[in-house]
Write a protein that binds this ligand. Structure first.
Ligand SMILES: C[S@@+](CC[C@H](N)C(=O)[O-])C[C@H]1O[C@@H](n2cnc3c(N)ncnc32)[C@H](O)[C@@H]1O
Length: 273
């Protein structure tokens, strides 16, 4: 038989949050009830979670949830675990339009649905659509949309909404280089959520090339990207976009780009149509 304190002394990775999860107790209760003896069932569950965590499985896949912005989201190994950097996209998007503007917005590569659902919750008068190629990810995203405010569609980037115009397109696409050494630490997450060709820009290039056909006049494209990709992305945007703004994340790393569609009468947009 083991007590909470025995486990706290074990040094196992994330032992306190794992205890909270299995025993449904707060971290404060772990301290005040540290002589609590785990039942055989609780011990069995905890030992199995400790093993999974020790093998490298992220805590969020064991708990099945992750907080993002002001909401909690279900996650599974079919979805990327939401990153705090992505909250930057929400802050930028919330500042873009007049308070009562009924923005039509598209979230490309929605994964667990964090961007679409967070913005739909913050802006109830927006019309929010979200696309992912992974039907397994979309099942999780739909289960996170408890008020059913987002339209989720399956397909390859813009394919399910071809020729529909949006005021705002947001994407946190895969952007890691295929031989990036950090991938060794991410082997529990879906590879199609992470990797995008040799320079990590394959998907970003597709989105930048196709976005002009999917934006309303002066519509915005907002992209998350890798910390070393910003200059190349700005260059790719200059042909069809104006008012290009770059953003750093809360760790001061280059992380996002916002651009506005050029007026078609003053540029060579037709080449792209
Ligand atoms: C970096 S994850 C972002 C997930 C979520 N938006 C977030 O920020 O946590 C990229 C997502 O793009 C999706 N994806 C990859 N290729 C795609 C494609 N060709 N068309 C649509 N979605 C795609 C992946 O399935 C994954 O869910």
């Amino acid at each position: 038989m083991k007590t909470i304190q025995n486990y706290l002394n074990s040094g196992a990775v994330d032992i306190a949050p794992l205890l909270c999860l299995v025993l449904n107790k707060s971290s404060g209760e772990l301290i005040t009830q540290n002589d609590y003896l785990l039942t055989p069932n609780e011990k069995l569950n905890l030992d199995s979670f400790i093993k999974q965590r020790a093998s490298g499985m992220p805590f969020s896949y064991i708990s099945g949830k992750k907080g993002f912005y002001h909401l909690d989201f279900k996650v599974s190994p079919d979805t990327l675990i939401p990153r705090p950097e992505t909250e930057l996209l929400i802050d930028i998007a919330l500042d873009l339009f007049e308070k009562n503007y009924a923005c039509k917005m598209l979230d490309l590569g929605t994964g667990s649905g964090i961007i679409a659902i967070t913005l739909a919750d913050k802006k109830p008068n927006w019309q929010v659509l979200a696309i992912d190629e992974s039907s397994a990810a979309l099942t999780i995203a739909k289960s996170n949309d408890i008020t059913h405010t987002v339209d989720f569609l399956q397909g390859n980037w813009f394919e399910p909404v071809a020729n529909q115009p949006f005021d705002l397109i947001i994407s946190n696409p895969p952007y890691i280089e295929e031989d990036d050494s950090h991938l060794d630490d991410l082997n529990f997450e879906p590879i199609r959520a992470l990797v995008s060709g040799k320079d990590g820009l394959d998907d970003i290039k597709i989105i930048i090339n196709q976005a002009p056909n999917q934006l309303s006049q002066k519509g915005f494209l907002l992209l998350e990207h890798g910390h070393n990709q910003q200059d190349r992305i700005v260059k790719l945007l200059t042909k069809n976009f104006t008012n290009i703004q770059t953003f750093k994340d809360y760790n001061s790393k280059n992380r996002a780009v916002l651009a506005q569609l050029k007026n078609p009468t003053t540029n060579n947009l037709n080449e792209n149509r």
